[in-house]
Design a protein. Structure first.
Length: 75
């Protein structure tokens, strides 16, 4: 995919279309890490928030409770 650097106000930028945003699973307002590699490659990596242990435990309990019959059949 080729993009063109455009003037945006007093800065320059690249416009990401909706399809690219969907493929990268990012949205307006998300934070990314910008890494510059030798040779000029620029890599944008989305920062994904980690789920805290309490929320993970609560989600697991809800999942087990909601699917208890299925888990019994599978065991």
């Amino acid at each position: 995919m080729t993009k063109t650097i455009s003037k945006i106000g007093n800065s320059q930028g690249i416009i990401f279309d909706a399809a690219l945003m969907d493929l990268a699973r990012v949205k307006v307002g998300d934070h990314v890490t910008v890494t510059l590699h030798e040779g000029g490659s620029i890599v944008l990596t989305p920062i994904r928030p980690a789920i805290d242990p309490k929320k993970a435990g609560a989600a697991a309990k809800r999942l087990i409770k909601r699917n208890s019959a299925l888990f019994k059949r599978l065991s």
